[in-house]
Design a protein around this ligand. Sequence first.
Ligand SMILES: CC(C)(COP(=O)(O)OP(=O)(O)OC[C@H]1O[C@@H](n2cnc3c(N)ncnc32)[C@H](O)[C@@H]1OP(=O)(O)O)[C@@H](O)C(=O)NCCC(=O)NCCS
Length: 192
Amino acid sequence: MGAPQAARVVSVAHTAQLDPADLAEARALMDVAFGPSGGFTDTDWSHALGGMHALVRVDGVLVAHGSLVQRRLLVEPGEQSGSGARSLRCGYVEAVATHPDHRRRGHAAAVMAALEAFAPAYDVLALSASDDGVPLYAARGWVPWRGPTSVLGPTGPRRTPDDDGAVFVLLGAPALDLDAPIACDWRDGDVW
Ligand SMILES: CC(C)(COP(=O)(O)OP(=O)(O)OC[C@H]1O[C@@H](n2cnc3c(N)ncnc32)[C@H](O)[C@@H]1OP(=O)(O)O)[C@@H](O)C(=O)NCCC(=O)NCCS
């Protein structure tokens, strides 16, 4: 007989339902997972709060995390479309990370599966993919938004060219033109 398999437990909870210790453990995991050069900030963490968290524990230790928060995305009409701009109710994925010692064991996939289960509540799910994250999301059917990205900032719409191509979506029921201009609502820090 080999060594017993480590027990993986996936749990889902709203920010308000998590103990401060759970939130602190998840925040600390971000620092380890993104590393000192990755620069995961407190503002990044604030973007991950106020929604549903998926937590993966192995033998009681948190090894992977992600969360889903609601925000608005404004999609401008495509050239072929006769309709006006659409404000989409978006489930936005934040703070997806797995501890470096536990990667390629399906933990982030388990996080994503738990968050994607909320897709029926939204017009679209979206996220901003890091280089590490692209293979994970692509393997799960997420596709890059091809149109130009912007933010609806305090002084009006502003292009976010550095984010073009890095915004991924999991398409839901409404048909969307992936080549259309898309804008996110405003927030401190990284807007996408
Ligand atoms: C991206 C990250 C979360 C992946 O976590 P993980 O637990 O190792 O991912 P999984 O084991 O669930 O991978 C599931 C699938 O995604 C794909 N995948 C994940 N990481 C990959 C990699 N480095 N290279 C190629 N494919 C990868 C594979 O298809 C994989 O399935 P497979 O192992 O059977 O081939 C992890 O590398 C990480 O924490 N990186 C640093 C933080 C970060 O960039 N997070 C993403 C923010 S958008």
